[in-house]
Design a protein around this ligand. Structure first.
Ligand code: GBH
Length: 489
């Protein structure tokens, strides 16, 4: 049978052509020449049914900040406070995803992603933080979910990606107050009840390790506080308590079988060299360095070392709270960007952090050190230490300069390098049986990068913020290829 490439594309649809596709970057792939990795064994493959996805978050992409009853979140307040974001950037408009979500679902379809992780804006659903829900706010997510399903893309919903209703900050000091943990559970239960007929996976909270630390201790994220240690540790405790109470509320209200997890940017402890002693040290470091969030959630207690180091500033808690915090989860999501190198040493704690030397390479964000092994060690630790049987990489990706070339395209070879290398290590993990079920690339498109405003781009699609035009970058081509092969490319 002779089928021209164009016919072939017509028959099966360009989104799934994969290796046979005519690249938007001009290079037509030879028909006879199989990529090396495919000629070899199944070495570069991921498990059947692996869920390739991409991710975004409400405040970073939606815009429409005052539409349909949405009230301000702490990020509206913070970004509008002079000097808090680069060039005074806000999420007022951002990528206007609220109005362009249908177009954005088509971007996903063209990539061939199986799933999409988005977050829900709490103050759209509960403009007062709690109390009376706003059906118009929820409606946006109903429409988005329906559009995703219509296009064969599974929705994964995050309930909290940092946009706390401002009113809860004003009333209770935000996460410093236990009332916020309770309000979160209420909002989570309600929202899951409404969406779980179509959404099977919910993440409670995205990255305690970022929003609590940067927002309440260091002050460079909303709400911009620098609390003293005792109050700060209590804030950490109320954040994990909010998670635990939300797990219980979702279980009580959502459709039976709904799966619940979290998306945490735990510190990824990578042994400096893969010897038994350093691996042992990195394992213990994983427990200790994540004591305030992931470890207490998994183990139902704060580690002795954490409590000892906190001393009189340790959080106050009850057994019932610890029980709620460690409510069993269906899956664990980890956001992985960068490694923390660990070595064995003779100290009481049994490990030492090895700082990155000044020459260590990083992407355009100065914090984003390139350590592809993080994508192997992160899920491996979570599986080995806590026995997690269903793991998702809920974020991974990088920032690049992303300057359009004369032909208008973005040849982000550095992002391609980053992804290719990181994914090799994820493939190593799955091939060794670490139960990683899916991977969400951050991000579908460039967006509001918090305090960095619009300066650092993380998207697979370039966004021209003047016209709102989205253009796939070279990395989008790479990702489409990887998805089509279900293997490395
Ligand atoms: C994730 O955070 C977020 O979930 C996502 O919203 C974000 O867009 C994405 O990653 C890319 O950043 O300014 O030097 O003090 C990743 C964890 C925590 C890393 C905050 C950067 C700021 C470091 N981030 N951190 S610094």
């Amino acid at each position: 049978m002779k089928v021209s490439r164009r016919d072939f594309a017509k028959i099966i649809g360009t989104a799934t052509v994969g290796a046979s596709a005519v690249s938007a970057f001009g290079a037509e792939k030879g028909t006879n020449e199989q990529p090396l990795i495919q000629q070899q064994t199944s070495a570069g493959k991921f498990p059947n049914g692996f869920l390739w996805g991409s991710a975004t978050a409400s405040y970073q992409v939606e815009g429409a900040f005052d539409k349909d009853g949405r009230t301000p979140s702490i990020w509206d307040t913070f970004s509008k406070t002079p000097g808090k974001t680069v060039n005074g950037a806000t999420g007022d408009v951002s990528t206007d995803h609220y109005n362009r979500y249908k177009e954005d679902v088509q971007l996903m379809k063209n990539l061939g992603v199986k799933t999409y992780r988005f977050s829900i804006s709490w103050s759209r659903v509960f403009p007062d933080g709690t109390g009376k829900p706003n059906p118009k706010g929820l409606d946006f997510y109903n429409k988005l979910v329906d559009e995703l399903l219509k296009n064969g893309i599974q929705p994964f919903a995050t309930l909290y990606h940092w946009d706390l209703p401002q009113i809860l900050q004003d009333k209770y000091g935000g996460w410093e107050g236990r009332e916020t943990s309770e309000a979160f559970a209420n909002y989570a239960g309600y929202t899951a009840e409404k969406l779980s007929d179509r959404v099977n996976h919910f993440f409670t909270i995205n990255e305690f390790g970022a929003f609590v630390e940067l927002g309440y201790r260091i002050g460079i994220h909303a709400p911009g506080l620098t609390l003293p240690p005792a109050r700060f540790n209590q804030t950490r405790h109320h954040a994990v308590l909010g998670h635990g109470l939300a797990v219980q509320a979702i279980r009580a209200k959502a459709k039976k079988g709904t799966k619940i997890g979290l998306a945490e940017n735990m510190t990824i402890c990578v042994p400096v060299i893969e010897t038994p002693e350093h691996i042992k040290a990195a394992t213990e470091a994983t427990r200790q360095m994540n004591a305030q969030y992931m470890t207490v959630i998994q183990e139902g207690k704060y580690t002795d070392l954490y409590l000892k180091k906190a001393g009189k500033d340790a959080p106050k808690f009850t057994d019932a709270e610890l029980k709620a915090i460690s409510s069993p989860l269906d899956f664990v999501g980890i956001n992985i960007y960068t490694p923390q190198y660990i070595r064995a040493d003779g100290s009481e704690q049994g490990f030492a952090v090895v700082p990155h030397p000044p020459s260590f390479p990083h992407m355009i964000s100065p914090w984003l050190f390139v350590g592809p092994e993080a994508l192997y060690w992160g899920p491996r630790h979570v599986n080995k230490i806590w026995g997690a049987k269903e793991i998702y990489i809920t974020e991974n990706g990088c920032s690049s300069s992303d300057i359009p070339a004369a032909d208008g395209k973005v040849y982000d070879t550095d992002r391609v390098m980053y992804l290719r290398n990181y994914l090799m290590h994820l493939q190593r993990a799955t091939s060794e049986g670490v139960p990683v079920k899916g991977y969400f690339l951050w991000s579908l498109m460039d967006n509001f990068e918090w305090a960095d405003g619009y300066t650092n781009r993380f998207g697979l699609h370039y966004v021209d913020y003047k016209t709102q035009k989205r253009t796939p970058k070279l990395s989008a081509e790479l990702y489409r290829e990887i998805i089509a092969r279900n293997g490395l490319a």
